[in-house]
Design a protein around this ligand. Structure first.
Ligand code: ADP
Ligand code: MG
Ligand code: ZN
Length: 599
């Protein structure tokens, strides 16, 4: 029998397994069932594809989306793997031919949807096929506890009794402990291993910027990401269209995506994003599930997401190929108020609302963190971590200042107005502005009126955000976002505590942009290398067009970058490039060697 390492090298062209992959593979090869919880981009597919190639009998892969199946199948065929798929996007004749390849053609992997597999006819056909392994991708759909339960997935729990000789391999990127146990119970009665691989994605840089002006900040960021493909997430459908237009006008290949667009448009925009280089998708969170593109170079959040869980999933779509990718988040007070409003409007019971408010608090803590953002994120997911060196706070630690004085002025305004007013009014009172409302409530007569008149509005807004982040003030949504004081703020007001916070640098250049420039510059190439890379990309595009498949099915960005770095001049050197295996060499090796040779 071949070794997993030789399959990895010969078929996939990779030199080494990534962390976690070997454990899963050896358990499966030994015949154990496995539930693997690994972050997006960790390389879950290889964890079952390598064992499947080692087994005599076929492996059945259960996958929820036709588009995902198609790309996987195309990618595997490109590597010379015998693979088949049955799904509704193919004609009956195609499906029959695919099935014949399974019964007579030595197919190693067969992809299909759960509904198709769990019919009586298919199951009895399976009996004679006697599969070596069933693979359940997106396995969290099996569990009612998970975030995306699907009834047709629950039915998969019958497999373990129907096929006692087959191992089960289940994969997911999101499952807390309760969900993990439930999946393991349902799929293999707990008789197998659960392998949890860390959540860390060290290649993603992390940065947060206080909101100043969405459009300007976006444009500033985009200058650092020219020609890169990425996602800009917006909260509203309207804004996806607005900012897609803004970017288009500035010369970017930007497309909108939201659930309100006609299905054809959504499909077309998604296809272009997948297939072409350098497309920017300006999208709501409707865009995400099933986006399997390995070379997304940035994720930019125009608004804060609903929770750290959601945030981590969304940024997780960047940099799946392991190369540096940039993430940045804009964070404004209005968003916080809106998110709080969403929670209290959704009509759920008060315990649920409390939990959601706590989740949002955790996200605000992330936004206002003065220490390493990654360490904070990972500790939220239960994983201890050291400062990372790849977030804005690590790269330029914020200066801390004593802001007791302005904080006292602000808290006094909150207190004296009865903790019944929102940000705008509180700031007006603090700054001594006699607005209509201030006069209407006679707040110009308060001792706190003008107590902080030397501080600008943006300064006070920043101070309020930090006080939120520190948990010493809160926002009461049942009273339209009224600011209220917690014990910590009362102590400061009473002169019993000081308020230390990050230096508030209103008007200073953005850290996000500087940071992004730095991260991308690290991968920057000289002029010759850039030229070679773009010629390699156009060759890849030609092949991809011929195939009618996304470019990364031919070679990933990481592989092209490695060609630029290694400049192979013969077959042996080409096989040394990461991502070039025997079959791909046969197909494309010489064409790419020729382009490299022309340099
Ligand atoms: P997941 O399903 O966990 O999100 P994928 O299976 O789609 O991740 O893999 C993400 C990317 O990582 C793919 O481009 C894949 O080719 C690449 N990859 C996986 N394992 C390795 C490895 N051992 N060495 C190099 N690249 C790898
Ligand atoms: Mg996957
Ligand atoms: Zn850090």
């Amino acid at each position: 029998m071949k070794s997993p390492e030789s399959v990895l090298k010969d078929t996939f062209g990779f030199d080494a397994f990534r962390p976690g992959q070997s454990d899963v593979i050896s358990a499966l090869v030994e015949g154990q069932s496995v539930l693997a919880v690994m972050p997006t981009g960790a390389g879950k597919s290889l964890c079952y594809q390598v064992p499947a190639l080692l087994f005599e009998r076929p492996t059945i892969v259960i996958s929820p989306l036709v588009a995902l199946m198609d790309n996987q199948v195309a990618g595997l065929r490109m590597n010379g793997v015998k693979v088949s798929a049955l799904h509704s996007g193919q004609s009956r004749e195609d499906n029959i031919a695919e099935w014949q390849a399974v019964t007579h053609g030595g197919t190693k992997l067969l992809y299909m949807s759960p509904e198709r597999l769990m019919t009586g006819r298919m199951l009895s056909a399976m009996k004679s096929l006697n599969p070596a392994m069933f693979v359940v991708d997106e396995a969290h759909c099996v569990s009612k506890w998970g975030p995306a339960f699907r009834p047709e997935y629950a039915d998969l729990q019958r497999l373990k009794d129907l096929f006692p000789n087959a191992r089960m391999a289940a994969f997911t990127a999101t499952a807390d402990e309760l969900t993990q146990k439930d999946i393991a119970d349902k799929l293999f009665s707990g008789n197998g291993r659960t392998i949890v691989q860390g959540f860390d994605r060290p290649n993603l840089s992390l940065a947060v910027s206080p909101l100043r002006n969405r459009r300007e900040q976006l444009m500033e960021f985009m200058k650092t990401a020219q020609g890169q493909s990425g996602i800009v997430y917006c909260l509203s459908r309207k804004n996806t269209e607005k900012y897609a237009d803004v970017l288009k006008a500035a010369g970017y290949k930007a497309l909108p995506y939201h659930a309100g667009l006609p299905p054809e448009t959504r499909f077309e925009n998604q296809e272009r994003f997948m297939a072409e280089d350098g497309v920017v998708m300006v999208a709501t969170i409707a865009f995400g599930m099933g986006i399997d593109k390995p070379d997304i170079r940035f994720v930019y959040h125009m608004n804060i997401p609903g929770s750290l869980e959601a945030f981590y999933q969304e940024i997780g779509r960047a940099g799946r190929d392991g190369n540096p990718a940039v993430t940045a988040l804009l964070y404004g007070l209005d968003d916080i108020r809106m998110r709080r409003q969403f929670i209290s409007d959704d009509g759920s019971d008060s315990e649920h609302q409390m939990r959601e408010h706590k989740r949002l608090d955790a996200l605000l803590g992330y936004c206002e963190a003065s220490g390493c953002r990654r360490a904070l994120l990972l500790s939220y997911f239960g994983e201890p971590a050291e400062p990372c060196g790849n977030c804005d706070n690590c790269m330029s630690p914020p200066d801390m200042i004593d802001a007791t004085l302005p904080a006292k002025a602000l808290f006094a305004a909150i207190s004296e107005t009865g903790q019944r007013f929102g940000t705008t009014h509180v700031i007006a009172v603090t700054r001594g502005e006699a607005t209509d409302r201030v006069v209407q409530f006679s707040h110009d007569n308060l001792a706190a009126f003008g107590g902080g008149k030397e501080f600008g509005k943006p300064y006070l807004q920043a101070l309020i955000r930090q006080a939120f982040g520190a948990g010493i003030i809160s926002m009461d949504i049942s009273r339209y976002g009224a600011l209220t004081l917690e014990q910590g703020a009362l102590d400061i007001l009473a002169g019993q505590a000081v308020f230390e916070c990050k230096d508030i640098a209103v008007g200073r250049t953005e850290k996000t942009a500087r940071q992004a420039r730095k991260a991308i510059a690290e991968t920057a190439l000289n002029a010759d290398e850039k030229d070679l890379l773009s010629r390699l990309k156009s060759l890849r595009m030609e092949f991809a067009r011929e195939l009618g498949k996304p470019a990364f099915v031919v070679f990933s960005d990481a592989t092209l970058m490695d060609m630029v770095a290694k400049v192979p001049s013969n077959k042996a050197e080409m096989l040394d490039v990461s991502g070039v295996g025997e079959t791909k060499y046969e197909r494309y090796g010489e064409a790419f060697l020729n382009v490299i040779g022309e340099a």
